[in-house]
Every structure is written in structure tokens, then in C-alpha cells.
Design a protein around this ligand. Structure first.
Ligand code: BEZ
Ligand code: FE
Length: 298
């Protein structure tokens, strides 16, 4: 990483830059809330450090302001370009990591994404979330447990995914619902449902964030995944996905959401293979198991 050493600046120049940074930091000394003061002073320190280190030109700063202005202009209740920017810069995943328990025994969290809907239909265990969505059926099953192995009964499991055109229902006109539902784990902490075998799709890339990715030769594609949000009394809520082993985008997921522990083997079956619930399926289908371990509320 090229780095212009600010220490190599003439003394007077270095002192002036340092003085300004210190003045701005000191301007927050009177903030009554300790955390607010700490956040703002640290932010100023890092931002000034960045400007000084890269020797930012006025033109570059103008370009950045124009870019952020465009990010603001395209943002609506439905299109949150600032979150997308945070996602592609890895800030969303870094924030999730900083706030997640670093225990090897609990299921890792990953990005929420923009396509969750809070009133997805309730399905019975073994029900179908894919109904009406295009794609290969996928039998998903697993358990929900606490860190000590205790089965978690009645955990609320929200699941959502794109169809095999890479489209979530909310991205289509017409108001149809497919590829999403909620269900509850049974008394043994087990769950099961039919979904669609996940396929890769790009994040929304028709705005300034998409242009940024194109400019730096980065793909907007996300590795194929199925979203989960699991909540249960006495446990920390978990937002995560499972990813498909062998997917071509695992190493370059555009929002850095892939964790090795979340990559699962999807077993593929030809048409006519009996299904675990005795269904007759005229096409090929797949199955995957995802055992979830929730962290206790500390
Ligand atoms: C998604 O998983 O759908 C997603 C996540 C982050 C940004 C855009 C899309
Ligand atoms: Fe997604």
C-alpha cells in the first residue's frame, strides 16, 4: 500500500496539520455524553489521518462529495445505497464481527441484506417457502441448539432467498410473495422446510455503488445463499446465511459475507429420487442440513 510518510513533511507543514487535527478533536471535549465524545474524536482522528496520509487533493475530495451526494439521491425507503456502500466496503461485516461473540461453538453471523420482510407467511414444519418462485426444490433441515447442546424449542426461524433468476419477490412488480416464510422449531429443536436451491445473483448495481465496483474491476455478484434469522427466548438473535459449497463466488462475495463455517454441502438428487417427506418431485432436487447454535444472552 503506497504511503506518503507525514513524518517526512517539513516541520512547519506537519505542525500545522497536527494543530488543526488537535483543534477539531478538542472541539468535542465538552460533549456531555462520553461515548458520543469518544466516537467523534476518534472519527476525526482517523479521517484527518487519512487525508494527511494520502495527501488528498481538493479535486479528489470534491469527487468523494459528489459520489456521496449521488448515494443520498438514489436512497429511498426501498433502496438503501448507504448500506450497500457499507456492505461493499466491508464495514457491515466488520461491525457484525465486532459485535458477535467470538466463540467457535456458536453459529457465525453475516450480513442482513436489503430483502428481509417482517410479515413473511407462517409455514408448518416441512412446508414450502419456494411456492411460486422459479428454481430447483431444496429440502432444508437442521436443529437449533444452545451452546451446551440443549435443543431450543419454538425458535422463530425466518428464511428468505432469491429465485433462480436471482430476483427476490420484493424486486418484482405485482406484489407476489415467494422465497420467504417463518416457521418454528419443534420440541426437539428440529426444523425442516422446502426452499429453492440458491443461485448466485448481483447486488443492486445500477447506482453509484455499482459504478464504484465497475471502476475498480470488482464483481457485484454474491455467492449463492439462503438467509436465516433465528430468535428465541434467552438467546442472542442470529442473522446469518448458508452458502453453497463449490459456488464460483465464494472467494469474491461482493459484501464479504462468506464464512467458511457457513458453507454447506448441498446434495443433488436426480428427478424421481424419493424425498425425505415422501413427496413426488418431477424434477431434480437438492438437500442441505444446517445445525444452528445460538449464543446465550450474556
Ligand atoms: C443480499 O443478500 O441479498 C444482499 C446483501 C447485501 C447487499 C445487497 C444484497
Ligand atoms: Fe441475499
Amino acid at each position: 500500500m503506497p504511503n506518503k510518510d507525514t513524518e517526512a513533511l517539513p516541520d512547519l507543514q506537519f505542525e500545522r496539520e497536527q494543530l488543526l487535527e488537535e483543534q477539531v478533536i478538542a472541539s468535542f471535549d465538552g460533549a456531555p455524553d462520553d461515548r458520543t465524545r469518544y466516537l467523534l474524536q476518534s472519527l476525526v482522528h482517523h479521517l484527518h489521518g487519512f487525508v494527511r496520509e494520502v495527501r488528498l487533493t481538493s479535486r479528489e475530495w470534491d469527487t468523494a462529495i459528489m459520489f456521496l451526494t449521488e448515494v443520498g439521491h438514489i436512497t429511498t425507503d426501498w433502496r438503501q445505497e448507504f448500506i450497500l456502500l457499507s456492505d461493499v466496503l466491508g464495514i457491515s461485516m466488520q461491525t457484525i464481527g465486532v459485535n458477535s461473540p467470538s466463540s467457535a461453538s456458536t453459529t457465525e453471523a453475516t450480513v442482513f441484506g436489503p430483502f428481509f420482510v417482517s410479515d413473511a407467511p407462517l409455514i408448518e414444519l416441512g412446508g414450502d417457502i419456494g411456492e411460486g418462485g422459479k428454481g430447483e426444490p431444496c429440502w432444508v433441515s437442521g436443529s437449533v441448539r444452545g451452546p451446551d447442546g440443549t435443543p431450543v424449542r419454538n425458535a422463530r426461524i425466518e428464511v428468505w432467498e432469491a429465485d433462480d433468476d436471482g430476483m427476490y419477490d420484493v424486486q418484482r412488480d405485482g406484489g407476489q410473495t415467494y422465497g420467504r416464510a417463518h416457521l418454528f422449531s419443534d420440541d426437539a429443536g428440529e426444523y425442516r422446510f422446502w426452499g429453492l436451491t440458491p443461485t448466485p445473483y448481483p447486488i443492486p448495481h445500477d447506482g453509484p455503488v455499482g459504478r464504484l465496483l465497475e471502476m475498480v474491476d470488482r464483481s457485484p455478484y454474491r455467492a449463492s445463499h439462503l438467509h436465516f434469522m433465528v430468535t428465541a427466548e434467552d438467546y442472542r438473535p442470529l442473522v446469518t446465511h448458508i452458502f453453497v459449497d463449490g459456488d464460483p463466488y465464494l472467494a469474491t462475495d461482493s459484501v464479504f459475507g462468506v464464512k467458511e463455517s457457513l458453507v454447506k454441502t448441498f446434495v443433488h438428487h436426480p428427478a424421481g429420487t424419493p424425498t425425505p417427506d415422501g413427496r413426488e418431485i418431477p424434477t431434480s432436487w437438492s438437500e442441505v442440513r444446517f445445525d444452528i447454535v445460538l449464543a446465550s444472552l450474556a
